[in-house]
Ligand binder design. Sequence first.
Ligand code: HEM
Length: 470
Amino acid sequence: RPPFAAITKLYEAYHILVRNDWLDNLEALHRRYGPVVRIGPNELHFNDHEFCLAHHRRPDLGKCTNYYGLLDTLLGGLASPHRHTERKSIMQPLFSGATLSQFSATTMNSILDSLHNRLTDASRAVSGPVNATHYLWAYTNDIMVSYLVGEDKGYLGRDLQVVHDELRAFSAIELATVLRTMPIAKKAIEVFPALRQYSPLAWLDNLVLENLKPMMKSYKDPEAHHEKDRQSVLARLWTQLGQDAQIVAQEAAQALFIGNESLLSNLTFLLHNMMKNPGCIAKLRAELDNLDVSMYGHRIWRDFKVLRLLYLDTLCRESTRLSSPGWHRQPRQTAEPVDYKGTVIPPMTSMRFTLHMLEHDPLLYPEPNSFKSDRWLSNDAQSQKAMASSVTFGTGTRTCLGQFIARQVLRKTLAGLVYNFNFSLCEEGEGEGEGESKKGGSEFPYLTTYPRKWYEGFMHVRLTPRFQSI
Ligand code: HEM
């Protein structure tokens, strides 16, 4: 089961790079063979929600380095649980607590103002649809870059198509697949690190290094010292991660890379789900109407109470559940043998599960492919179990570094958009400009996370302001 997978990792490469049917194939294998299937020479894939969650709580699990490719010296890919705990204890406070609250109440709000202004202009000036993918991409980059390097690059104020085309790191998943299925490609990058310059991560490395250099100078030369240079998250990473430029640059690039694309994807799903479920928009507006708009006008993201709205929260939870990408597995291994329902799994076997499959578990989420945000409203035992079993932001000790930022961005942005604009989805193809892609096969190609270049798809939205003056 399946014999080719037992011999070579090219089985995986074939289904991802050639057939482009990895998730469908995986689901078919589980239907045929049960909850455990072999997907590589030393790799088992599990579709057993309870077991996966319990297993991932073990403190001795390591990440499998071949899967995490270029991330394997960074927080997101460090194999050793001990080294990961050390690194996380340094990095997590920089992505939560006071640092995040300060950012959220100042810069994040200003960037939301910019998004709002730009969309207001677009909704008044343009008779046709807007390319929401371009807007959201510039917006998520403004958020992530300001958070990391402490400087607002103002992407939302520029030509949005140029920002999108220049900055989006396409084909990253293909690169990851090549690195994990063809170890020689990974070795080549280890031996010749300069090759990374030709990877989708190059622009991020350069952006971080460009900001790291003046900061390093500020530490070396007290004359060039600017206090601001030492307060950014990047500066704090620099001092706290042992002033190692390469590690700092790559940790920051990793956070930018994951953050940009996952926020874009999640915001796109949110808007898509709203437009497909207009009843939810009406209910959300009723909840938003309870806020006191006299203080902030229509800029309701400035009201911290937005982050406490229950219905808004359920919409975000449901949309994030549905947006879990099918390519993302969670491979872990341990030096101990593992008992799986009476069968002993040898030490160092790579044991994996796919977030998407657990997030679509029909036992926990009835009608798993439907957008049913009310499933998060109830307080009964079934809902509590569903809540506790959610793996949207990962599992065990290796949960998402950016989950607190992400939660705030999703809630504030959705509230601001729904409160201030009427929007509807254009038919596929309608509003597509010259040179824009429609490839990709799926009904809504813009929902693909980390797409290939030319296969990205764009979400076109018809937008009108809800209020006369905003
Ligand atoms: C809604 C948006 C997001 C979702 C659904 C999400 C999901 C995830 C998941 C499932 C993992 C675990 C990956 C694994 O174990 O292989 C993870 C890890 C990670 N995420 Fe996110 N993420 C989101 C936003 C962000 C943002 C905005 C950032 C940037 C600050 C970020 C940075 C990271 C990092 C650095 C890790 C590795 C953490 C570690 O291993 O300790 N994520 N994320």
